[in-house]
Ligand binder design. Structure first.
Ligand code: FES
Length: 137
């Protein structure tokens, strides 16, 4: 299996690792097949993501996609974050092997779950956002 240089680089030096105190929203998702778990923390101020971080109990591609996804959402408005798909995360990493595509799906889901948590806590309705189907504990 071939990983791009960017995937390797984000795996070796992941950005935004760790818990966040006072996060506006936290989303935890898991993939039942591989058992990997991803948690994303978002700080939202004035309708935009001012900070993002993650923790993952997952494979190398899960680390790289979480790292890239948290980089991509920083500074974006909520509506812009809603546009970020797993494909965008994969593209930003110069692709992933097909068997690892689901790792990027986990990153997208974790971001959405964190937004969902934020919307629940703040009472803000986010267009197009659905309740996460699965919660990992
Ligand atoms: Fe499941 Fe990567 S193998 S998230």
């Amino acid at each position: 299996m071939e990983y791009s240089e960017k995937v390797m680089e984000h795996f070796m030096n992941p950005r935004n690792v760790g818990e966040m105190e006072g996060a506006s929203g936290v989303g935890t998702v898991g993939n039942a097949q591989c058992g990997d778990i991803m948690r994303v923390y978002l700080k939202i101020e004035d309708g935009a993501v001012s900070d993002a971080s993650f923790k993952t109990f997952g494979c190398g591609a899960a680390v790289a996609t979480s790292s890239m996804a948290t980089e991509l959402v920083k500074g974006k408005t909520i509506a812009e974050v809603m546009e970020i798909t797993n494909k965008a995360v994969m593209d930003a990493l110069d692709g992933l092997p097909a068997v690892k595509a689901h790792c990027s799906v986990l990153a997208e889901e974790a971001i959405r779950a964190a937004l969902w948590d934020y919307s629940q806590k703040s009472g803000l309705v986010i267009d197009g956002l659905e309740e996460p189907k699965e919660h990992a504990h």
